[in-house]
Design a binder for this molecule. Structure first.
Ligand code: MN
Length: 231
């Protein structure tokens, strides 16, 4: 009898506590980091960019490399109690971050961006993005030359970028997983287009021929996504 009463008491107390408690979501915000990176769904099948980017490279790149960057940056955010509210703030304060947070945060964001600015049968830029490129670089071909130069001269691992900086466009590159939103980056601006020139992005198909990878990659640039980011 005494046992039953005690159980009843415990049950009633728990019910009353639950009724008074703040919503679980509000409580979770107090005990979990503000920012979490998540991996975008690949907007096409892994073999959709063949023959320019092969399916096995896509599967490993998206499923292993990118997944690891996402996990590792979120681990760093939790372990180091990094408390920025947005990705923009995170990158604007990169100089204060650990190497693990910087490298994996860049890797998480850059690849999410990269998947979205590609698609099968990319075509050519049109409309306002073509106007902006022509206005800054003289022609789309001249822009491609400069961008290719940036991709080819990035020694070791890194990224080539087209960015919007104020009212102008710029081409350049960053080392490792840095990006133009980072306060530590020499190249600064809003990313419009990016190309991963890490060997893991092309080595299975192209081996040492980064030039062929870059040349074929133009076939899969999603210019509609680039144009959206011009706004
Ligand atoms: Mn990569």
């Amino acid at each position: 009898m005494e046992t039953i009463n005690r159980r009843k008491f415990v049950k009633q107390t728990l019910t009353a506590t639950a009724a008074l408690a703040v919503p679980a979501s509000a409580f979770a915000e107090l005990i979990t980091p503000a920012l979490q990176f998540s991996q975008v769904a690949l907007p096409y099948a892994a073999n959709a960019l063949e023959p320019n980017i092969d399916a096995l490279t896509m599967e490993i790149h998206y499923g292993k490399h990118h997944t690891a960057y996402i996990k590792n940056v979120n681990d760093a955010i939790a372990a180091e109690a990094i408390n920025f509210a947005t990705e923009k703030d995170f990158f604007a304060n990169t100089s204060k971050l650990s190497a693990k947070a910087r490298n994996n945060g860049g890797g998480a964001w850059n690849h999410n961006f990269f998947w979205q600015v590609m698609k099968p049968n990319g075509g050519a830029p049109t409309g306002k993005i073509a106007d902006a490129i022509n206005g800054t670089f003289g022609s789309v071909d001249k822009f491609k030359e400069q961008f290719t130069q940036a991709a080819m001269t990035r020694f070791g691992s890194g990224w080539a970028w087209l960015v919007k900086d104020g009212n102008t466009l710029k081409v350049g590159s960053t080392p490792n997983q840095d990006n133009p939103m980072m306060d530590v980056s020499d190249l600064k601006g809003t990313p419009l287009l990016a190309l991963d020139v890490w060997e893991h992005a092309y080595y299975l198909k192209y081996q040492n021929k980064r030039n062929e990878y870059v040349a074929n990659w133009w076939n899969v640039v999603n210019w509609d996504e680039v144009a959206k980011r011009l706004n």
